[in-house]
Design a protein around this ligand. Structure first.
Ligand code: SAH
Ligand code: SF4
Ligand code: F3S
Length: 465
């Protein structure tokens, strides 16, 4: 696969820029700047997309609010990965009938992964008649055009045609923080894990050109960002086998002068390489953190999940990563209650967790996604059984997280102060562990040394040197 597969032609991006200028003129003619509310569900990829939506809205003269009643435009960026997330979105969209009634000129737009699901656009068309614009992730770059349509024409606008996906360069982005930045390096997924909806709604895997990624990374460093997370559903297959692979890309970003951390999400074990671990170990800026989802500790379940690695291979990879970086922080994702999962399979998952001793674990109960292969697999365990397994796994992990965190007490850690939360400043270690401390807000965005004084399951507490 070529890096520049499916790149949106520059003239098409330019015409969206022209539309942004037109809308900006319109906004400037109003008595006060119009306000937008952008709400985001789902993963970091969606966060990054929302930053682009905000970037475009800002260019179009919009200010921002978190008050739905005050917003002239509401954009809800949705996630389809589990049923629970979808139910929350639909509940919140339903509640917007009230704000729309009070303010009939309000424009309500839904976008993101859920909108790309077969049947979803029709459901919105028929049952959520107060929604004006619906568009999928593939046409996000055309948002200015959709907004102009809704501002100037009567009707409702649906743009969810199926697509393998595109790469749109040169869109403005408005980032939440001045310290941490998401940097998408690739889009889509080709792995088709049997439980997962992402490949159906995000299209085929495609990588941004290394020069485009590097240019954006340099801009971020120049703008003072200190923590850059390279994003993709499976960053280990960056480049699609042509030229620059993920480890090469990481080394190139590492060469950018400056004091900053490089993180990445997510790695797939089937494509994780020794070269990547060696590159991380050598790198000055690579954070000492690896998020490597294992999903199940049972090779039988892994095969039914179409993950294409075994329990043994996963454990080998962990040993290899620790061989290169003994202090590496390891986190992972796991699914409990996959169709056909037995008590023995769960035991294998528990024993893998005990063996690896992850610093933290994201645990999910399997959610049936219509249209995926797992949706038609026999699923005999009851919800209560799954919940019981989930609780047991969580209890095991919480005990491990608590012990791992306790081991930090008394140590000195280099942390990046990234924000505040009530009376505390929040910061992260290179391994991504949360450290709460007291200090001046002016320290946000700086690296500091912190003495760790106490801990619990979820966080560390410290004092600045
Ligand atoms: N591309 C990333 C994950 C994206 S989804 C990867 O492969 O690691 C994030 C997590 O959600 C997955 O790792 C998985 O643990 C969980 N997940 C995905 N589909 C799910 C489903 N149908 N039910 C429950 N959890 C799911
Ligand atoms: Fe989903 Fe698997 Fe792709 Fe991750 S790698 S997005 S879990 S299909
Ligand atoms: Fe959700 Fe789409 Fe991310 S389904 S997890 S927002 S890629």
């Amino acid at each position: 696969m070529e890096h520049s597969d499916n790149k949106v032609p520059q003239r098409d991006i330019d015409s969206q820029r022209d539309i942004m200028d037109m809308v900006a003129e319109r906004s400037a003619s109003l008595a006060a700047p119009p306000l937008a509310f952008v709400d985001t569900y789902g993963c970091q990829q969606n966060e990054a997309d929302s930053e682009k939506i905000r970037g475009m809205l800002s260019k179009m003269g919009y200010g921002f609010t978190r008050d739905e009643a005050a917003a002239d435009v509401i954009v809800i960026n949705t996630c389809a990965v589990r049923e629970h997330a979808e139910m929350r979105v639909l509940g919140n969209v339903g509640a917007l009938t009230h704000t729309k009634k009070a303010k009939p000129s309000q424009i309500i737009a839904l976008c993101g992964c859920m909108m790309q699901e077969p049947g979803m656009a029709d459901k919105i068309k028929n049952s959520y008649r107060h929604v004006d614009i619906v568009f999928g992730p593939h046409v996000l770059w055309r948002f200015p055009e959709f907004l102009l349509q809704a501002l100037t024409q009567k009707g409702r606008f649906f743009h969810t045609e199926p697509s393998d996906g595109v790469i749109a360069e040169g869109l403005p982005s408005m980032r939440d923080s001045g310290v941490k930045a998401w940097l998408p390096i690739m889009y889509g997924c080709n792995n088709f894990c049997s439980y997962c909806i992402v490949p159906y709604v995000r299209g085929r895997e495609r990588s941004r050109a290394p020069e485009d990624v590097l240019r954006e990374a340099r801009e971020l460093v120049d703008a003072g960002y200190k923590d850059i997370t390279l994003l993709g559903q499976n960053v280990n297959s960056y480049g699609g086998g042509s030229g620059t692979d993920f480890a090469d890309l990481m080394a190139m970003i590492d060469d950018i002068p400056g004091d900053f951390l490089i993180r990445f999400m997510t790695s797939h074990p089937k494509d994780a390489t020794e070269k990547l671990f060696a590159t991380m170990a050598r790198s000055e800026k690579a954070a000492r953190h690896l998020h490597l989802p294992f999903q199940s500790g049972s090779s039988r379940v892994l095969s039914a999940m179409n993950r294409r690695y075994t329990r043994e291979r996963y454990l080998e990879l962990i040993d290899m990563a620790r061989g290169y970086m003994p202090d590496i922080v390891l986190t992972s994702d796991v699914i409990v209650g996959f169709p056909g999962e037995t008590a023995e399979d769960l035991q294998e998952t528990m024993s893998l967790v005990e063996k690896v001793r992850f610093d933290a674990l994201f645990t999910f109960i399997y959610s049936k996604r219509p249209g995926t292969p797992a949706a038609s697999m026999a699923d005999v365990a009851t919800r209560a059984e799954k919940q019981e397994r989930f609780d047991r796994l969580l209890e095991l992990q919480n005990a491990i997280s608590e012990e791992k965190h306790a081991a930090y007490v008394g140590t000195l850690q280099r942390v990046l102060i990234d924000g505040s939360e009530g009376e505390y400043l929040t910061s992260r270690t290179s391994g991504g562990r949360l450290v709460r401390l007291h200090g001046e807000p002016s320290l946000i965005g700086t690296f500091q040394e912190a003495h760790i004084t106490s801990s619990n399951t979820w966080a560390l507490y410290g004092e600045l040197e």
